[in-house]
Write a protein that binds this ligand. Structure first.
Ligand SMILES: Cc1ncc(COP(=O)(O)O)c(C=O)c1O
Length: 378
């Protein structure tokens, strides 16, 4: 949590908090049915440990769904099931990063992964991003500079699809440019696709693993689509890397019971039916936020129209973030400001408006309170 959020606040303060799914929308009926069926006739190992790369049924289901959607060719033996996508990122960091190694990432990114990389002694280098995602020209210039310093650049970490906090989707041209650049500098890409299944508009650009299968590890999660408490995620990539991740893990695996349930949710079509339903719901919430912004913040800032994910990114025109936070405390609204997500090198006055988890009925009021706070701070 940002230390800023513990400042004194109005009693009924409402926060634009984390990147969480709507807790009233978890597919509990399908989960209950499947868990009941699985437990009614348990296989010998259903409640035992599930070491290594994970349950075969789930790896097959993930590979088939992903390959069909992406028109790519990811096979089950290229997949390791992990404790959420954060579990995959921790394994990757432990496997690949030596103290002093450089990890490049978007200048605004997921704070959890910065902590993970720093625990391994990484030097984080922030690449500028704009409304279309990471800027390839800046990336190339930074890599040239790092090469001249003889820095060991270990990976490029990117939330290319439905970025957090900015909500951008890296466009296809930039994806191809970035792949050309990392090819030239021989660097691994780690794409964090945690929000990539929350999408409102089609088509989306191809994922990086589809464009560059030899040098991309794709990290994904069921936290935002099914429920975070399942602790279910996965990584796909070159078998040599995936095998290392599976062999080096010391967490004794993830629950086979939950893996089997998720495998059937995928294979029997429940996941995609659920996504069809919830993505329409999240799209409505996004639109409520956009309408309320137009009504109350038009003079104060500009924002994106996210094609997916849980975040609208509001950039203030004049007011300073500290002043808006202080005024927000009085007007009963809190938020995560840009510095919370900063990997360095940016002082954009941005505010992340996360709408996934929030009650739709309260969204308009939240944005209007924010508008009043910004007006008071300007
Ligand atoms: C960008 C991003 N990556 C990874 C994670 C970790 O998600 P999980 O471990 O629940 O899959 C989060 C959590 O919010 C996130 O926002």
């Amino acid at each position: 949590m940002s230390a800023r959020l513990v400042a004194p606040v109005a009693e009924d303060t409402i926060f634009f908090g984390g990147g969480l799914p709507d807790p009233t929308m978890h597919p509990t009926d399908a989960m209950t049915r499947l868990l009941t069926e699985l437990l009614a006739a348990p296989e010998a190992q259903l409640l035992g440990y599930c070491h290594g790369a994970g349950d075969d049924d789930l790896r097959v289901a993930i590979a088939q769904r992903f390959s069909a959607r992406e028109r790519s060719d990811v096979s089950p033996d290229q997949i390791v099931v992990t404790n959420g996508s954060s579990g995959a990122l921790s394994l990757l960091a432990a496997a690949l990063i030596d103290p002093g190694d450089v990890v490049l990432c978007e200048a605004l990114t997921y704070p959890g992964v910065l902590a993970t990389f720093r625990q391994m002694g990484a030097r984080i280098v922030a690449v500028p991003l704009d409304g279309d995602g990471m800027c390839p020209g800046e990336l190339a210039a930074m890599l040239t500079q790092l090469r001249s310093e003889r820095a060991r650049v270990k990976m490029l970490y990117t939330i290319a699809t439905c970025q957090s906090p900015t909500g951008t989707v890296l466009n296809e041209q930039r994806r191809r440019e970035i792949i050309d650049i990392v090819d030239r500098f021989d660097i691994l890409i780690v794409q964090d696709a945690t929000y990539a299944d929350i999408r409102f508009d089609n088509p989306f650009p191809p994922e990086l693993i589809t464009l560059a299968p030899q040098r991309t590890v794709h990290v994904a999660s069921f936290s935002k689509t099914l429920a975070p408490g399942l602790r279910m995620g996965w990584a796909a990539g070159p078998p040599a890397i995936i095998d290392v991740l599976a062999q080096m893990r010391t967490d004794l695996g993830t629950s086979r019971l939950v893996q089997r349930m998720v495998a059937r949710l995928i294979a029997e079509g429940d996941l995609d039916r659920h996504l069809f339903h919830v993505n329409a719901w999240y799209r409505q919430k996004r639109d409520v936020v956009l309408d309320a912004l137009a009504a109350s913040c038009g003079a104060h800032g500009s924002w994106n129209v996210p094609a997916g994910g849980f975040f609208v990114w509001l950039v203030l025109h004049r007011a300073g973030l500290d002043a808006v936070e202080a005024a927000g405390a009085q007007h009963g609204v809190g938020f995560f400001p840009a510095p919370y997500f900063s990997a360095g090198g940016t002082n954009v006055p941005g505010i992340r408006l996360a709408y996934g988890e929030l009650d739709r009925g309260q969204l308009t009021e939240r944005v209007h309170r924010l508008g009043r706070a910004i007006a008071a701070a300007t």
